[in-house]
Design a protein around this ligand. Structure first.
Ligand SMILES: Nc1ncnc2c1ncn2[C@@H]1O[C@H](COP(=O)(O)OP(=O)(O)OP(=O)(O)O)[C@@H](O)[C@H]1O
Ligand SMILES: [Mg+2]
Length: 625
């Protein structure tokens, strides 16, 4: 690391501290006041001790008797100073603690809030483990130097006071102070510069270790079934070993500098005694002065370390702050419009894609994003069901994401009831269109909470109605505690098909006017899948008044659709009734028949409803604490 970058770290570290002070000015003022009070009293105590020795003890030895009044006065002064010092320490510690933990909490909130605001494309580029450590250890690291900061600021004030008082006492002793204090300061600066790259590396490795840990726990099922335990352990061990080495190198540096920082003030005391003895003989100073100054050097040694603590934490703070800023400054969240759709509208919505083109952001910014969709135009008329069929990777999930505005198109428009979805409010969008994603997600909560999601006006009756439509009422009723059953982390106590139907019920409970099903019933028995879709299409029989866009493969399901859109490589290549496409479009016929064949051969067996819970069940991991 060059000195330019380490100066940069110092500058940026100080600007992080400046931000902290601007955010919590009053608490900081309290803490610094406590610290300055403490510093002033440290100087005062040195002079009181000097006075006790010079004016009480030395004359007492000369006289052979102790003056009780003088002794009582000295004791009273020292006691008073101690009490006030306690007040100073209390104010400083309390203030520093409040400031540090308040900032941590505030920034944790901001970071996690930001995660929710950022678009899907951002999340796809950022690993979960990193997000965890951004909200956790990076926020903590950014505000670590806050703990010793008030102490350090008070110490600087104290040092200035100490040098001034030295000059008042004797210029020769002041020169010793002028040599020792700046040397202490310089040693601290060198220390923190050496520390900078080591701390930054350790902080980065902490995040990587937590990332790997998170991934291997998350993928415990794959790890176990593929017999990858040894490799995963080795991968983790390698990174954990690097972290260990980085931390040891931090410790080694500490081992070298800490004793030096400890020794320098002692050398100062020694110099004071040598110079002071000389000056005493010259009659330039008194015993009181000499003892005061020698004592001052001893008691200053400890507070001066506080400056070193702040400086040593700055690199880690800057590294943590940079990572926090990367989240807070990330852009790309989608602004919502201000058009509202009538929430009480009982009629199904019309979804229209007009000439929609889309490309995912490339992994590296300079590469062009490959087009995923082009010139996609179709409509799901109010109350109708449209099936989206196409080979894997043809863009079906992308269309589903566009329909509920998880992403925005690059060209063309997606509209609901004739309004461009970009002009709708967030609440209108969420209330109108519901997506049941290809990969179901359930919260570690009860069945009821997973379905109602705290939405106002969703009663238990509504939950049961939704479960009935999703053909999930049977298994929920059979659960030991019904709606109150906890489903485990990510629903690990449920089968794949059960999880899918819970997420479907969740979408239905919000009474959406447009339902987008992205392969949402793939893990369900084919007969049940067809029954679900048939139920959804029959509002008269209690089904929702919703238009449906459904990604499906099975003949029985597709045959229920009013229209089938056949997609290949992001383009609509054919549309019509299932029977027509089967007869006229060879790609379509091949796909549907191949899928049917595979199911018959058992390749795509739906999972049994009461399968054994996956291996991650009950495994609760806290990463990077
Ligand atoms: N987050 C992403 N970043 C980059 N490319 C992506 C991303 N998600 C999907 N793609 C690409 O976009 C194309 C369409 O993907 P999409 O998920 O829409 O396909 P799909 O039709 O739903 O496939 P499947 O039937 O397998 O679910 C694919 O080529 C895929 O590789
Ligand atoms: Mg898909």
């Amino acid at each position: 690391m060059t000195s330019r970058t380490s100066r940069d770290v110092l500058r940026r570290g100080l600007s992080v501290l400046g931000r902290a002070i601007r955010e919590q000015p009053r608490i900081f003022a309290v803490a610094v006041s406590g610290s300055v009070l403490f510093g002033g009293l440290v100087i005062a105590s040195a002079y009181v001790v000097g006075a006790v020795v010079g004016d009480v003890v030395v004359p007492a030895i000369a006289r052979g008797s102790v003056g009780v009044a003088a002794l009582a006065l000295a004791a009273g002064a020292l006691f008073g100073i101690s009490v006030l010092r306690v007040v100073g320490i209390f104010g400083r510690r309390l203030g520093a603690g409040y400031m540090q933990f308040r900032l941590q909490a505030a920034y944790r909130r901001q970071v996690t809030r930001r995660y929710l605001d950022l678009p899907l494309s951002w999340h796809q580029r950022n690993a979960t483990g990193t997000l965890l450590s951004n909200a956790n250890s990076d926020v903590e690291a950014a505000w670590y130097p806050i703990a010793p900061l008030p102490f350090a600021v008070g110490t600087v004030v104290m040092l200035v006071g100490a040098i001034a008082s030295l000059f008042v006492t004797d210029w020769a002793l002041a020169l010793v102070g002028l040599a020792v204090f700046p040397a202490l300061f310089a040693l601290n600066v060198v220390y923190s510069r050496r520390m900078a790259p080591r701390q930054a590396r350790a902080q980065r490795l902490r995040a990587e270790v937590s990332g790997i840990a998170h991934e291997s726990f998350d993928g415990a099922l794959v790890v176990k079934t593929m017999g990858r335990e040894a490799q995963e352990t080795a991968r983790f061990a390698a990174r954990a070993g690097e972290l260990r080495d980085a931390l040891i190198s931090v410790g080694r540096l500490r081992g070298v500098f800490d004793p030096m920082l400890e020794t320098l003030p002692s050398l100062g005391t020694l110099a004071v005694l040598v110079v002071g003895a000389f000056r005493l003989r010259q009659g330039a100073i008194s015993v009181t002065d000499l003892v005061s100054v020698a004592f001052l050097f001893t008691v200053l040694a400890f507070p001066v370390r506080a400056i070193g603590w702040v400086l040593a934490e700055l690199p880690r703070s800057v590294a943590g702050w940079d990572r926090v800023r990367r989240v807070l400054d990330a852009t790309g969240e989608m602004p919502y419009g201000d058009v509202t759709l009538d929430p009480a509208d009982p009629t199904p919505a019309t979804l229209a894609f007009a000439d929609v083109g889309f490309a995912y952001e490339p992994a590296e910014a300079h590469l062009p994003g490959a087009e995923v969709l082009g010139e996609v135009t179709f409509t799901v008329p109010a109350g109708k069901t449209v099936a989206l069929v196409g080979p894997t990777g043809s863009g079906k999930s992308t269309i589903a994401a566009l329909a509920v505005r998880l992403v925005d198109p690059h060209t063309g428009t997606v509209s609901l009831d004739g309004v461009d979805v970009r002009r709708l409010t967030a609440a209108s969008l969420a209330g109108t269109a519901a997506l049941v994603a290809q990969v179901p997600f359930v919260f570690d909560d009860t069945v009821r909470a997973n379905i109602a999601l705290d939405r106002p006006g969703v009663s238990d009756d509504d939950v049961w109605a939704a479960l009935r439509l999703a053909e999930a009422d049977g298994f929920v009723a059979a659960l030991p505690e019904g709606l109150d059953t906890m489903v485990g982390e990510r629903g690990t106590s449920l089968s794949g098909g059960q999880r899918q139907r819970l997420t479907l019920a969740r979408a239905l409970a919000g009474r959406p006017r447009l339902l987008v099903l992205d392969d949402a019933t793939s893990a369900v028995d084919p007969r049940v899948e067809a029954a679900i879709l048939a139920g959804l299409r029959a509002p008269a029989a209690g089904g929702p008044a919703a238009s449906i866009l459904v990604v499906a493969y099975r003949r029985a399901t597709i045959a229920l659709a009013d229209e089938v859109i056949y997609l290949e490589q992001g383009r609509v290549v054919a549309r019509g009734l299932h029977a027509e496409l089967l007869a006229t479009v060879s790609g379509y016929a091949d796909l549907v028949t191949a899928y049917e064949q595979a199911e018959a051969d058992g390749e795509q067996q739906p999972r049994p409803y009461d399968e054994v819970a996956p291996l991650t069940s009950g495994l609760e991991v806290e990463v990077d604490r």
